[in-house]
Design a protein around this ligand. Structure first.
Ligand code: ASP
Ligand code: MG
Length: 436
């Protein structure tokens, strides 16, 4: 397929822009390591800002005092600005004014939310209006540091009303992006927000935690980019998260297919929705280290390879829910239909499931509100039990040795294997998993 714009899409995550030194490094990467041609830069919220905003939002929604949590976030952004730009420069004043304005709007929103005492059904909708501010802040600062054009992605990335996981309206988004972005790119680098979109009536949506990778893929798809590069704090796509596992190995090259499966099982390295748009247009995805930008990294694309090293994927914050029919009737298709319907209504996603004669178990991400909703929906028909604070492990391309390494000494609450994948649920472990 023709790639008319010779465009590179770069995505920088929160860790890469967590402080002034990080942002300076991003500027250096774009200026010194950028391929020739145009560049669109997708940026996440700085450091742990999204987590902080989630916490602040939660307090305000529940009518509690949030100011002591908001103040440090404001100071954090101000400090980065002070360190990044020359004192009293026009740049510094302008970007500080932009950031101040975003914080005052946020504060107003939170204050009114705190008063309103909304029903929990509105939680996700207002979450998006609040938590999205992290990316508006970071992109203001990064765009200014780069001397790049700041683009608000929300009027372009059209989604439906699925709060916290907006589903992209592809035809509208592609039309919008193609109409507005090429002219901007001709004038120089463009910086935009990861993770955000908006509904047809302009309300902000988010695309799911860690969704900035997906944003990069959406722009790349719409603009038929040459390649996407995700700049991370690891050397590329690894067979396990080095935070939890020792002796990880890097895949130099890996197929879209394998990557999609790893991401689906919860490998946090790439958002699961990222691959499909890229694969559809044959756009390669590079995962590289922002700490070592000249190193090879990983190339994800249309390729064939032999057997890969087993991948170890761990998902925290899991909940195992079991449904038992109240009258000892078998779990039937009719029962399953009711359970699946309720899971979907409560917006709980199944990470693993299993059934026996009279009971059915699912492992989902733990979310108190969503679980409560599920219990309300099904309590009358089933006896429901659940365990929270669990971990789900997946070993992709497993062998006997890798299973032993991970399961030894653990009590497995649920386990399952297919030809390629071994999965199990167990209680959370305080120490990192012992993998040789
Ligand atoms: N800032 C958002 C998050 O932390 C999106 C992203 O980082 O990709 O989930
Ligand atoms: Mg982030």
């Amino acid at each position: 397929m023709q790639k008319p714009y010779s465009l590179q899409v770069y995505k920088f995550g929160g860790a890469s822009v967590k402080d002034a030194a990080g942002i300076t490094n991003v500027v250096r990467i774009v200026r010194e390591h950028g391929a020739p041609g145009q560049v669109l830069i997708v940026v996440s919220a700085m450091g742990k800002t999204t987590n902080a905003l989630e916490e602040i939002y939660h307090l305000a929604f529940n009518g509690q005092e949030y100011a002591p949590k908001l103040a440090p976030l404001r100071e954090y952004h101000a400090r980065v600005i002070t360190e990044l730009f020359a004192d009293d420069s026009a740049e510094q004043q302008e970007v500080q004014a932009e950031v101040d304005q975003l914080f005052s709007q946020l504060d107003q929103q939170l204050a009114s939310l705190r008063q309103q005492q909304l029903h929990t059904d509105h939680y996700d909708q207002y979450y998006d209006q609040t938590v999205s501010v992290g990316e508006l802040l970071s992109t203001r600062i990064v765009a200014r540091a780069l001397g790049a054009h700041w683009l608000d992605c929300r009027p372009l990335l059209r989604t439906d009303h699925t709060w916290r996981e907006g589903r992209i309206d592809w035809p509208t988004t592609e039309h919008n992006v193609r109409e507005h972005v090429p002219a901007l790119l001709q004038r120089g680098p463009v910086v935009t927000q990861g993770f955000l979109g908006a509904t047809p009536n302009g309300q902000t949506t988010t695309l799911g935690r860690e969704g900035s990778d997906y944003t990069a893929a959406i722009f790349a798809y719409c603009l038929q980019a040459q390649a996407v590069t995700i700049w991370k704090d690891v050397a590329g796509l690894l067979n396990a998260d080095p935070k939890f596992f020792a002796d990880t190995v890097r895949y130099p090259e890996i197929s879209y297919q394998e990557t999609i499966e790893m991401a689906y099982y919860g490998a946090s390295v790439i958002h699961p929705k990222t691959i499909k748009p890229l694969a559809l247009r044959g756009i390669p995805l590079f995962v590289k280290s922002f700490l070592n930008p000249t190193a090879e990294g990983t190339r994800i694309g249309d390729c064939r390879h032999g057997l890969l090293a087993p991948a170890f994927i761990r998902k925290d914050g899991q909940c195992l829910i079991s449904f038992e029919s109240k009258d000892l009737t078998f779990i039937s298709e009719e029962n399953l239909e009711v359970i699946f319907g309720a899971l979907s209504q409560a917006r709980l996603k199944i990470n693993m499931m299993q059934n026996s004669a009279i009971s059915f178990s699912v492992c989902t991400d733990f979310s108190p509100y969503r679980l409560e909703k599920l219990l309300d929906l099904l309590r009358s028909q089933f006896t429901i039990r659940y365990n929270a604070n669990l971990e789900l492990y997946n070993i992709k391309n497993y062998d006997g040795n890798s299973i032993r390494q991970l399961t030894d000494g653990r009590e497995l609450l649920l386990e399952q294997r297919t030809r390629q994948t071994f999965q199990f649920v167990c209680r959370a472990t305080p120490a990192p998993a012992p993998v040789a």
